[in-house]
Design a protein around this ligand. Structure first.
Ligand SMILES: Cc1cc2nc3c(=O)[nH]c(=O)nc-3n(C[C@H](O)[C@H](O)[C@H](O)COP(=O)(O)O)c2cc1C
Length: 190
């Protein structure tokens, strides 16, 4: 089983990282992390080369993901809330998935062809709404042909750090186990 993690936090040991770590330690198989803050992935600038050639001219780590997207069984989107949204850097990184979306219009060349399971992790210092972030995550999942099977929220992190949020940590563990089960069931064709 192969899992792709899209991490929208700048903090290597922060709240997003705490929940991601709990999920990932319970997941079978291999995990690739794409970090919006540490991988220096450029945003899509709508040059439209992919409309004609099914290639992207921006030469960075995203090219690796373009090659491997159909190897993944799971996609995890993990982000702090910034202005009640996914972090701007995560949205910027995911703007490069326009490359996949555009390929839908060239049907013989649709680039994402494997269905995947997904989990959304959101942390926030306050107790504000997560609705906008959930909607944006849903669009990103759709670009990757991913069905979100569960969400983990840890809000009020200014009062209780996610690493001490036992409810969120348990949910991370449970959803990892569920992803492992789904992979086995789908491999057996159930
Ligand atoms: C620019 C910015 C905007 C933020 N906006 C929100 C917000 O709208 N709602 C919220 O609950 N927390 C907000 N926060 C707080 C972070 O979401 C919070 O500190 C989170 O736990 C950090 O997670 P991390 O340690 O994984 O980076 C904001 C933080 C920053 C830097």
């Amino acid at each position: 089983m192969k899992t792709l993690v899209l991490n929208g936090s700048p903090h290597r040991k922060g709240d997003t990282a705490a929940l991601l770590s709990e999920l990932c330690k319970n997941l079978d198989g291999s995990i690739d992390v794409f970090s919006a803050y540490h991988d220096q992935i450029q945003p899509c600038d709508d040059c439209r080369q992919c409309w004609k050639k099914a290639t992207c001219r921006l030469d960075d780590k995203m090219q690796e993901l373009y090659q491997k997207i159909n190897e993944y069984d799971n996609v995890i989107i993990a982000s702090p809330l910034y202005f009640s949204e996914l972090s701007d850097s995560l949205i910027s990184m995911c703007s490069r998935f326009q490359y996949f979306w555009i390929s839908r219009f060239f049907k013989e060349k649709e680039l994402v062809n494997k269905l995947k399971n997904g989990v959304l992790i959101i942390v926030g210092a306050g107790d504000g709404t997560t609705v906008n972030a959930e909607k944006t995550a849903e669009i990103i999942f759709r670009h990757l042909k991913t069905t979100c099977i569960g969400q983990i929220f840890s809000l009020n992190t200014s009062k209780l750090a996610a690493k001490n949020d036992l409810v969120a940590l348990k949910k991370a563990e449970d959803l990892a186990v569920r992803l492992n089960q789904l992979y086995l069931e789908e491999s057996l064709g159930e």
